[in-house]
Every structure is written in structure tokens, then in C-alpha cells.
Design a protein around this ligand. Structure first.
Ligand code: CU
Length: 498
């Protein structure tokens, strides 16, 4: 269990407490947050660093997030999607921000952002977060995107980033000018610090040609915390910039940027053993019926699955290919069989609008085996032809499949290991579960509005599932069905440690 109420354990009721004992592993940069409604957006989160030995290099912890100056409840109740609300704070067709590839980023209007809780709004001059570098040495930044909707492009003026981990797992270090970070993702990077004062920038990943791209800043300095005068990294034909973790294959030529995509990253963790034939599962994140997975939108079951009451666990209909299924969508795998999950992002007309989705799976690490991207126009940078490796048998994409019939053989492939990956619009990522972990685990888009609308499923790993702790500590056990049919049952909050 990892704290998600209604999926892996009971919620912690208001005024109650719960002691979660766990082994602090794997080492690396993590964060924890509430999984009750949208409490995370109101600040119920924190960074969580696990060391295997006392650190020898100076390091800084960075929490980067977008912030809307209203409560998460307000965002939800004004939503035109989930509540038919007045859409206050929501963008329309004319002011929706898009990334360089022409893919819309969020249905919210961008308001502001924070680095470690500090940022500026309009022309205010509030103090910014600052970090005292040790010049001439490698300085380490441990960073997570703890926000709701808008991904950021991270850079440090006059410095190259050497990215060393993704999702708390070691990768063969890669140098880049810019690093894309999506909600829920974590990265470590080093810089060989120069002497002086420099801006650390987190820009919304909007098209760089868009002009006034929103940006959060922090100050890096050696001794005196004063505002830098440095300029952001410039990209030219003779000195092209490198962008790490692009959710697309490349940029418009005039932008002079090259992409490193996740499938070009190599792991530095131990090698997988040879395997028996894995089971293969296709999971499509689409917008056909609003944010959804294989034409399902998540709705809480009558009782959580861990209550082991088959009569009260709501099952989804077998066929969702012709009409929307709103139900607790559950994907079952077994502890004994390795599982390959094909995470795709296929949409068909008449909707034909996709977003990049940062997909997080609880309780597991997975290895990235392959990624596929749409073709793009080298003049505009916009996506042009959807990738056709994964197709769907029906317009709602209830049944995605591998189009060529011959699924790739990944026996000897070693990709990076993580727990969150961006599934590119009109493309896909193929992942392999590192070790199926018996239990009930949430898999969801970490973009808050997509999750709100039901872009979530429950991964049920059959096997030797540990007992849920004695429910007497909660004073209630798997409640009457009526209590689980409305959101009110999730009173109280809980901290997830994954
Ligand atoms: Cu999403």
C-alpha cells in the first residue's frame, strides 16, 4: 500500500493518524503528496530525498509548480468540464497555450509559478528563492514538478545541465541546455558552477516564438544574493541547443534546437534478467470522451477492491467501444508474469485533439523500451502525421492494438527506469514493469484536470497481497456501500509516500 485512499488502503479521517512504516528505498529524489481530491494543489506535498550515504557534493532541492491564487476546490467547481461551471480561469480556443509542436498544454489559463514556494506575479518584486553555489565544483539539483498542469523548460544561464537521474533512477548522464519537466516528474542534474550570479529559469514549454512566454526564476549566486543580469541560453545554427525529455521528435529548423527523447536515454541501474514471455497490455490515454483510458472514465467503486467483497466491487462493462463507460476501470496482471504496458495517445476525428500526458504508476518502477512520435513539419515544428504503430479498432479507442501484427521483441533491450513518463500526443511509449508488485495500484495522468475527469485506472497485481493494516485504527472497515458511492467518504487526508 502506498496511501491512496480507496485504492490501496482506507483514508485517514480528520483527527485521526496513521503510522506508515516503510523501507527508505530506492535512494534518490522523490516527493510525497495527498491523493485526496486536489489537496496537493493547495500545498499538501513535500520533497523526499533518500540518501545511501552522506552526500559529498553540495546539493539543492527544487520544487517547481504552477499556482493559480485560488483554492483547488475553486478550480474544480468552476470547471466547465466536471461541473458545468462558469469556466472562470479556464482558457478558450483563442487563449489556450500550446507547445512548439502545436499541442495544447492545458485548459486552464496560466497564472503564475513557484520555485520552492516563491515567485513573482505581475510587476511585484517579492524575494525569489536563491541557492549559494560552490564555484568550480559540481553542484547537484534535485528537482520535482509538484504542480498541476503546466510543464516547464528548466535552464541555467551560462551553464549546461548534466542530467543524472529520472524518476530517482540513475541514467547515463546526458548534457543539455534545457530540461523539460512535467507534473509528477523528478530529475537530478549537476552543473559545474561558474563564479558569479545567474538566473535559474523555469519557462512554460510554450512555443519559443510565442513572445512573452511565462517564466519563473530563482537566483544562483556565490556569496551575495543579488539579481543577476545574465541572458538565457541562445541557440544558433552553429551552436544548436539540446533539449532533454522532448515529447516530440524535433523542433522547427529556425529554432536551432535538437531533442533527446526518453527512448534515447540509457539506464545505469542493474540489468534485467532474461524473461519468460511477458503479457502485453494496451492502454490508450485519449480525449474521445474527455480525458479517459481505453474509453473508460474512472468512477469510484461501491467498495474498494481491497475489501474483497466481489458483490460490492463495481465491474466495468465488457464492451466500451460504442458508448462511454464510467466505472472503476481495472487492469489485472499477475505477479508471476512480466508485463509490458503499451501506453499510447491515439485520438480519432471528430475530436482529434490530443495532449501530452505525464503518466504515473504507483507501487512500481518500469523500464522504457521504445517510444513512437508523430511526424512533424520542419518549418512550423507542428506535428503533421500521427504515428501509426498503435491503432484502435473503434473510434473511442476502447481496444488499441499493435498495427503491424509483429510486436517487437524486447528481450535484450535495457531502457531507463522510472515511475512517471510523458506519453507523447499522437505517439506512444512501451514500458515493462520492473517487478509486478502484488496489490492494488493507481495509474493516472499527473495533469490534475485530466485526473479529475477520470484519466485513471487501477492496476490489480494478483499474487500474495499483504494484509491491509488492522482497520480498527480507523474505527471503521470497508463501509456500507452507500458511503462509497459519493466522494464524501474520502473525508480526511492522506499522504502518499510514492
Ligand atoms: Cu493528461
Amino acid at each position: 500500500m502506498d496511501g491512496v485512499p480507496g485504492i490501496t488502503q482506507h483514508a485517514i479521517l480528520s483527527g485521526h493518524s496513521f503510522i506508515h512504516k516503510f523501507t527508505a528505498q530506492p535512494v534518490g529524489t522523490h516527493w510525497y503528496h495527498s491523493h485526496y481530491f486536489n489537496q496537493r494543489l493547495d500545498g499538501i506535498f513535500g520533497m523526499f530525498i533518500v540518501h545511501d550515504a552522506p552526500p559529498v557534493q553540495p546539493y539543492f532541492v527544487l520544487s517547481v509548480m504552477d499556482w493559480y491564487h485560488v483554492t483547488a476546490d475553486h478550480l474544480k467547481t468552476t470547471s466547465p468540464y466536471t461541473n458545468q461551471g462558469p469556466a472562470e480561469g479556464y482558457a478558450g480556443p483563442s487563449d489556450t497555450l500550446s507547445s512548439q509542436d502545436g499541442v495544447p498544454i492545458s485548459s486552464l489559463k496560466y497564472v503564475s509559478g513557484l520555485i520552492n514556494g516563491r515567485g513573482r506575479y505581475n510587476e511585484e518584486k517579492f524575494p525569489l528563492s536563491d541557492f549559494m553555489l560552490v564555484p568550480g565544483e559540481e553542484n547537484v539539483f534535485r528537482m520535482c514538478h509538484t504542480g498541476a498542469e503546466f510543464p516547464y523548460e528548466i535552464s541555467i544561464d551560462e551553464h549546461l545541465l548534466s542530467i543524472s537521474t529520472m524518476g530517482a533512477n540513475l541514467i547515463v548522464p546526458m548534457q543539455a541546455d534545457f530540461l523539460f519537466i512535467y507534473p509528477g516528474e523528478c530529475y537530478d542534474f549537476n552543473i559545474l558552477a561558474k563564479s558569479g550570479t545567474f538566473w535559474l529559469r523555469a519557462k512554460v514549454i510554450q512555443d519559443p516564438r510565442a513572445g512573452d512566454v511565462p517564466e519563473i526564476r530563482a537566483i544562483l549566486h556565490n556569496e551575495v544574493n543579488k539579481e543577476p543580469h545574465t541572458k538565457e541560453r541562445s541557440c544558433t545554427a552553429s551552436n544548436k541547443c539540446i533539449v532533454f525529455n522532448c515529447p516530440f521528435k524535433g523542433y522547427a529548423e529556425q529554432l536551432h534546437r535538437n531533442c533527446i527523447t526518453v527512448d534515447q536515454v540509457a539506464t545505469r541501474t542493474e540489468v534485467f534478467p532474461a524473461e519468460v514471455t511477458p503479457s502485453v497490455h494496451f492502454i490508450n490515454f485519449g480525449f474521445q470522451i474527455g480525458p479517459s483510458i481505453n474509453a473508460h472514465q474512472w468512477v469510484n467503486p461501491v467498495k474498494p477492491m481491497f475489501c474483497k467483497d466481489p458483490m460490492q466491487y463495481t465491474r466495468c462493462p465488457k464492451d466500451c467501444s460504442s458508448s462511454v463507460c464510467r466505472c472503476p476501470y481495472t487492469l489485472t496482471v499477475t505477479e508471476a508474469t512480466p508485463a509490458i504496458l503499451v501506453l499510447s495517445n491515439v485520438v480519432y476525428s471528430p475530436i482529434d485533439v490530443a495532449g501530452h500526458h505525464s503518466i504515473h504508476l504507483h507501487g512500481h518502477l518500469f523500464e522504457i523500451l521504445q517510444a513512437g512520435f508523430p511526424e512533424f513539419n520542419k518549418t512550423t515544428g507542428h506535428w503533421s502525421i500521427a504515428n501509426h504503430d498503435v491503432l484502435c479498432r473503434d473510434p473511442l479507442c476502447a481496444e488499441p492494438y499493435w498495427s503491424s501484427g509483429q510486436f517487437p521483441d524486447f528481450h535484450n533491450r535495457i531502457g531507463p527506469v522510472t515511475d512517471t513518463v510523458v506519453v507523447p500526443a499522437y505517439g506512444y511509449v512501451i514500458t515493462r514493469l520492473r517487478k509486478p508488485n502484488p496489490g492494488y495500484w493507481m495509474m493516472h495522468c499527473h495533469q490534475e484536470l485530466h485526473l479529475d475527469e477520470g484519466m485513471m485506472l487501477q492496476l490489480y497485481v494478483e499474487g500474495n497481497i499483504p494484509e491491509i493494516p488492522d482497520p480498527s485504527v480507523y474505527e471503521w472497515i470497508c463501509p456500507e456501500p452507500a458511503l462509497y458511492t459519493s466522494n464524501e467518504i474520502h473525508a480526511g487526508s492522506i499522504l502518499s509516500t510514492i
